[in-house]
Design a protein. Sequence first.
Length: 151
Amino acid sequence: MTGDSRPTRTLPATSTELSTLLTAVRRGRVLTVTGRFREPRSLLVRDIARRLSSNFCDGTAVVTVGPEGSVRELVSALGGVPGMPFLPAGTANAASWLAERDMLLVLDDSDRLGAAALEWLCGLLRAAPGLRILAAGRHPLPVGQGRVHRL
């Protein structure tokens, strides 16, 4: 038997929807992909991140939000993203450092973010004009005006 025997994953969006989403991320500040099932949401935001990475001077940081959903966990995850420039320790310094970036921050499983992390992200959006957030969760990311795409 030749070829790859793994099942082929297909994106949960049409090419027209994908084009609309790519434009929404480039032009907007926050886009949340919502839906009942985690895998299709995750697959879609990761594909968008891959396609748009070169549109941002500082690239893309994809963070899977862990069970704690805290600011410290978010900053720690950002520091461990492959290809990310050095991220200083400490949440205050991290916000200052991120405020100077032109980047896409992808938050996979964003429903796990706690109130303090959401407040930190709101402040970050105010301070960082070059930051865009693409989130995947069951519910829209509650950090100001943002677009929502329901799967």
